[in-house]
Write a protein that binds this ligand. Sequence first.
Ligand SMILES: CC(C)(COP(=O)(O)OP(=O)(O)OC[C@H]1O[C@@H](n2cnc3c(N)ncnc32)[C@H](O)[C@@H]1OP(=O)(O)O)[C@@H](O)C(=O)NCCC(=O)NCCS
Length: 251
Amino acid sequence: MCDHRTVGTTGRRSGDATAAEVVVRPYESRDRPQVRHICHVTGYMGEPVDWLWRDTESFAEHFTAYYTDAEPESALVAERDGVAAGYLLGCVDSRRAWSPAGIFGRHFLRRGIGFRPGTAGVVWRSFGDVIVDAMRRRLPPASVYDERWPAHLHIDLLPSVRGMGVGAALMHRWLDTLRDVGVRGCHLETMGENHGAIAFFESMGFRRRGVPSSAPGFRSPTGERNTVQLMVLPLSTEGRGMPEEGRRSRT
Ligand SMILES: CC(C)(COP(=O)(O)OP(=O)(O)OC[C@H]1O[C@@H](n2cnc3c(N)ncnc32)[C@H](O)[C@@H]1OP(=O)(O)O)[C@@H](O)C(=O)NCCC(=O)NCCS
């Protein structure tokens, strides 16, 4: 089908896969359980997040539910051997996305995440961090929405398909879609300590905006607080296929 594109035929290899074996295609509802699984096993800067937030259901709900359930037309998957091995979950107008605080509240009340072993810690630490940040006047911004980059995305790949152009293929397809519908720009948030992801996003034309803000509840395995880095990409709708700044840097 014309909507299914192989990532490449260069034979770039990662682990036991080659780029030519991976197909980028639109998300389908049958992908939902695998998308949620990938979200949890890559949830800490590409590593499993279960040591920090064990409850897959509430973690995946935070980072995937809006995109799979309310805006599935903006989601893409990278499929290998008939199964999704990665995804890009997009949102064209971030004002429509569900509020993280609302999702958190629902899971606190209905799923009891404040009392679930392996997850309660991050929940109560979040409350504590917010209080400390408020006292120090270092609360993260309530919203990072800006009409210059109204769209946003999440992207995660299983380790077996990283480093061979799959992320770039997903990203180019998403950015082409945004240009096609005339969206002015795109932003994303990633952990300030996720240096590999930041390098990837910079190679796609995104630029860091502002200093990293706090990520309430999140800690490194050695106990340091994690941060969140906002990255932005203004888009030109005149040309297609490559981010505006990326085009400049590649000429
Ligand atoms: C980040 C991620 C999406 C990148 O996708 P990918 O398929 O591995 O990246 P690509 O092979 O398409 O790389 C494209 C370019 O990005 C850069 N890049 C990618 N990963 C990089 C890394 N770890 N360190 C430095 N640069 C990197 C390179 O410049 C690369 O170009 P090159 O191959 O010509 O050198 C993927 O590795 C991933 O899912 N990682 C774990 C989850 C994660 O951190 N997600 C982001 C959370 S917001």
